[in-house]
Design a protein around this ligand. Structure first.
Ligand code: ARG
Length: 571
């Protein structure tokens, strides 16, 4: 498709001899289309040109040579130059691209760039809870969107499969393994064992010592300990997979914390050589005061064992070497902000290229709040993600049964709607915001929700079906001139901006930009549908409106799929 931003940047550049590349970055898309399709904010050049924005606007307008094929008119408003794109050209561009590109909106912008996304990362033998849901959903959306833009993406599930708790679990299982059916209900049964052994450890110092010994044995590769650990891990993963199947999550690597256990000595030795690894109260730490971080990073505990941070450092080194990443994203709750600040700072001591340390980014997100408060393990009110998804599915089914009792495949559809509702809710707002979890809102078919977008998609399907169009509609004979009304044009402009929206998502690692866009697109279609009759006598107009309906359906589906939401054909 024609890159109109580029065309405008070139046009201005020819007039004032500033590089088009710089100018392009300044160009905005006005909120109100009355102010044109693109706006150039002249104040951005005020310093450089030593003139007022108004004067710059006038000068540019005077000097530019407009190619009328692209641009209908240019107007000055305040310190802005507003550009109006030829709407027939724009319409034709969009429709042809819809016709010819099954992967509408995809791009090669990321070609040759490697992105590592560390997401989900639940802890073995513990509940996969709603806090991990956000990581899985946000990380999954980013994973798909980066890929769609041509990046080479590696999704890593950095499982919490290491640490002293495994020494305890092994001890508990040794003592009472027979009493628990860990094959049937692994997470809950292992949790029970863990709670029971932890209690015993508090009462009996020798049991605690046995647990510590187990962990040491595990680290040293003791056969019995390793085989139990492997079993706990496999059973847990099988449980987690139920959630991943529902969400459609994909990972390229399942290297969890344990994977780095034999890579720790190298980290310690590199850090030793920097002279910055110092003793403090029996532990070994790196002081980060000089970098403005008041809490030191603990590299080795008093008992000589390594920490969560050391394992993350080993992971950085490993990922730099094996994935040669341009960006490594960590989709983890903002509760771990300090942890990542420390780790990213210490990573500068690992002797890796600056490219890598500059590419590290904590993609933080807010808490999920139940009306009753935070959902967390520490407070005991853990909500399991599987239960939550199942509840959403059954609530969706109730609503669907009421609305459309004769529908076939209700189970399949409820699954898409129930899961989609939760996924969308997780991505609806800027990720750093805490999220309030409210069933009535999440499943409201009229609200700004997943089901609302799915519903709009289903409507496009049924419009096409009534017109006798089965799957792909053909563009042949559709005339752009029949789509010049404002409701159609609003949609055309949104469709044109799709790639730009995806690029913005990756610029900010913020999938909510796509969620907002899909809401806007669905709303614009609802307005279009209410204002413009589709099945009318005039064949030209009818066909054009049907094609636009088809285009909206196509982009809603692609967009939702990128977020991790499946589309029902009926609901
Ligand atoms: N397992 C950790 C937790 O549940 C999250 C791990 C995030 N990834 C990382 N590389 N630290 O809190």
């Amino acid at each position: 498709m024609i890159d109109f931003k580029q065309e405008i940047a070139n046009t201005i550049s020819n007039a004032i001899e500033i590089e088009a590349k710089e100018l392009k970055e300044y160009i905005e898309i006005p909120k109100d289309s009355k102010n044109g399709d693109y706006a150039f904010p002249c104040f951005r050049l005020a310093k450089e040109l030593k003139k007022s924005p108004q004067a710059i606007a006038e000068e540019i307008k005077e000097k530019i040579k407009i190619d009328e094929k692209y641009i209908e008119k240019v107007e000055i408003a305040g310190g802005y130059l507003n550009f109006y794109i030829s709407s027939t050209l724009l319409t034709n561009e969009v429709l042809e691209e819809i016709e010819n590109q099954p992967q509408y909106g995809s791009s090669k912008i990321g070609k040759g760039k490697n992105i590592v996304i560390d997401y989900s990362a639940p802890n073995i033998a513990k509940q996969f809870h709603i806090g991990h849901l956000r990581s899985t959903v946000i990380g999954g959306a980013l994973y798909r969107i980066y890929k769609y833009l041509g990046y080479n993406v590696t999704g890593v599930n950095h499982l919490g499969d290491y640490g002293t708790q495994f020494g305890k679990l092994i001890e508990g299982y040794k003592l009472w393994g027979e009493e628990y059916d860990i094959e049937k209900d692994p997470i809950n049964e292992l949790t029970k064992i863990y709670v029971r052994i932890s209690d015993l450890c508090k009462k009996d110092e020798s049991v605690l010592q046995a647990c510590r010994d187990n962990f040491k044995k595990l680290e040293d590769g003791d056969e019995y300990c390793v085989s139990l650990w492997t079993r706990f891990r496999e059973l847990s993963l099988k449980e987690f997979q139920k959630v991943y199947d529902l969400l459609g999550s994909e990972f390229d690597s399942w290297n969890g914390e344990a994977f780095y256990s034999d890579k720790m000595p190298e980290i310690i030795s590199i850090l030793e050589k920097t002279g910055k690894l110092v003793e403090s109260e029996g532990a070994r730490i790196i002081d980060l005061e000089d970098s403005g971080i008041n809490t030191p990073c603990i590299i080795e505990k008093t008992n000589g064992s390594t920490t969560y941070a050391t394992r993350d450092l080993a992971a950085i080194l490993y990922r730099a070497r094996n994935y040669d990443f341009d960006k490594a994203l960590y989709v983890v709750s903002y509760e771990q902000t300090l942890h990542f600040k420390q780790v990213f700072e210490v990573a500068k001591l690992l002797g890796i290229d600056e490219k890598y340390t500059n590419g590290l980014e904590h993609v933080a997100f807010g808490m999920v709040l139940l009306p009753t408060g935070k959902m967390s393990t520490r407070e005991g009110n853990v909500v399991s993600l599987n239960e939550l998804l199942q509840e959403s599915i059954s609530r969706a089914k109730e609503i669907i049964e009421q609305k459309n009792p004769d529908l076939e495949d209700k189970d399949e559809i409820s699954k898409k709607v129930g899961v989609g509702a939760i996924v969308f809710n997780d991505l609806a707002n800027s990720r750093v915001k805490d999220e309030i979890f409210d069933w009535n809102q999440i499943l409201n078919f009229q609200g700004e929700t997943g089901p609302y977008i799915q519903y709009t998609y289903v409507r496009t399907k049924s419009v096409l079906e009534k017109a006798g169009i089965a799957e792909n509609m053909k563009l042949e004979g559709v005339q752009a001139t029949a789509l010049q009304d404002e409701f159609s044009q609003n949609i055309i402009k949104l469709l044109y901006n799709f790639t730009d929206v995806l690029v913005q998502v990756t610029d900010k690692n913020e999938p909510s930009i796509l969620s907002r866009y899909l809401i806007d697109l669905a709303k614009s279609y609802s307005v279009f549908y209410n204002e413009n009759k589709i099945m009318i006598e005039d064949v030209n107009v009818k066909n054009a409106r049907l094609y636009l309906t088809y285009a909206v359906g196509k982009v809603l589906k692609i967009g939702c799929n990128l977020l991790g939401i499946q589309m029902p054909n009926k609901m």
